[in-house]
Design a binder for this molecule. Structure first.
Ligand SMILES: *Cc1c(COP(=O)(O)O)cnc(C)c1O
Length: 392
């Protein structure tokens, strides 16, 4: 039976969001960092010791703690998540004029990183269950356009090699990794996981980041845990890990005093002072995750009472970190999205739409893509709600 409740109006929507916040909250940014742990102690330790830059004990400690938390043996901390993506694409062997499959509904850093290695993003369709790449549609599409020859995948239409897929865990919700990995194996495509938003998210009881040959994290100020700016490259391949460290540290050959660089490297290593902040943040992850769940539960309960909109919940096979909470407007309400965003901003609730689809940005308009009706649908109907842990 269809619900007979009338769809919401703007005021009801705003008061529903507001009802989820403690009464003393008079403004709600989309996401803000929280420094309630040992951040001051660790950063002070860096200042007192003079080790603030590219050498110091916190970088290695931070890498070790991420490794333990995610369950991946090798972690290389970087200056940001975009740099981590850039290096991951290099390490996986993406070359100029290759194509890399990227969700159309994604943050611009993915496509940008693809262009840093002179490759071409190729946009793929979203899955309504996960907000990530749709495995069934990807499989159909590749069966139609892809040609596998000598263990490599080619786009039959452009003649270019399709080297990799970047699977994004959108807003922290795990993509459906098992079928995506299977497709990658069938078509000889490498899998990279963009887990920038997904620290603390699990797919079938295992932390995300373990399906791809490489995965990346971000510790930007708006992520669940922050180092100010920062990122990481994760892998279980020792050789790739060694190369990640080498490329991010100007490709300097290890030596006590000599400067010798054996290829063109990058200055992408995370500074010690950022890693110190990160160590303190990681200690609080269990609390961050708990409080995020509390906020999510409040939204979930509140939005049950509104028709015309539904709160996005984690897929059945996943336990999400709920980094950013989202509601999806029903098709008949999607034209209200901007009015709702304006009304929320008027009372200092800084909700946001999702990213503009990549194929609609001027620099990526001409890139190859599949039909994207679901991505277009989602883009028109998603509203991200304030999700910082201060809200509970
Ligand atoms: C934040 C983010 C990045 C980039 O990380 P930075 O640290 O900001 O460079 C990449 N991908 C996704 C999905 C992100 O949310």
């Amino acid at each position: 039976m269809q619900s007979v409740k009338a769809a919401f109006n703007v005021d009801q929507f705003v008061s529903t969001v507001k009802s989820c916040f403690p009464p003393e909250i008079d403004s709600a940014p989309l996401h803000e960092p929280s420094f309630g742990g040992r951040e001051w102690d660790y950063v002070k330790d860096c200042l007192d010791s003079g080790w603030v830059s590219s050498v110091g004990r916190y970088v290695e400690l931070f890498e070790k703690r991420i490794s333990e938390f995610v369950g991946m043996p090798y972690v290389t901390a970087t200056v940001n998540g975009t740099a981590a993506l850039h290096i991951a694409l290099r390490l996986i062997g993406v070359k100029a004029e290759d194509e890399v499959l990227v969700p159309a509904l994604s943050f611009v850093a993915l496509s940008n990183a693809v262009t840093y290695v002179n490759a071409i993003p190729h946009f793929v369709e979203s899955d309504k269950r996960t907000l990530g790449v749709d495995p069934a549609k990807l499989l159909d599409y590749l069966r139609e356009i892809a040609v596998v020859k000598d263990y490599e995948c080619y786009n039959g239409k452009t003649g270019r090699r399709i080297k990799a897929l970047i699977a994004l865990h959108t807003f922290g919700h795990p993509a459906d990794l098992d079928p995506l990995l299977e497709i990658c194996r069938e078509f000889q495509i490498e899998l990279i996981e963009d887990a920038a938003q997904a620290l603390g998210s699990f797919y079938k009881q295992q932390h995300v980041g373990r399906w791809g040959k490489l995965a990346i994290l971000s510790f930007n100020g708006n992520k669940i845990a922050t180092t100010g700016g920062g990122g990481a490259i994760l892998t279980s391949d020792e050789n790739l890990a060694r190369e990640a460290k080498h490329l991010t540290t100007t490709a300097k050959a290890p030596h006590t005093w000599n400067f010798y660089h054996d290829e063109i490297g990058f200055n992408y290593r995370m500074p010690n002072i950022n890693a110190a902040l990160g160590c303190a943040q990681l200690e609080q992850m269990p609390e961050f995750l708990r409080r995020k769940r509390t906020i999510t539960e409040r939204y979930k309960r509140a939005f049950v009472n509104l028709s015309g909109v539904h709160f996005f919940v984690e897929p059945v096979f996943a336990r999400s970190n709920y980094w950013l909470n989202a509601v999806l407007l029903d098709p008949e309400m999607a034209d209200q999205r901007n009015r709702l965003l304006e009304a929320l901003h008027a009372v200092k609730i800084l909700a946001r739409p999702s990213w503009e689809l990549m194929h609609r940005l001027p620099m990526y308009r001409g890139c190859p893509r599949m039909d994207l009706p679901m991505a277009e649908n989602l883009q028109a109907s998603i509203i991200n709600l304030p999700s910082g842990i201060r809200l509970c």
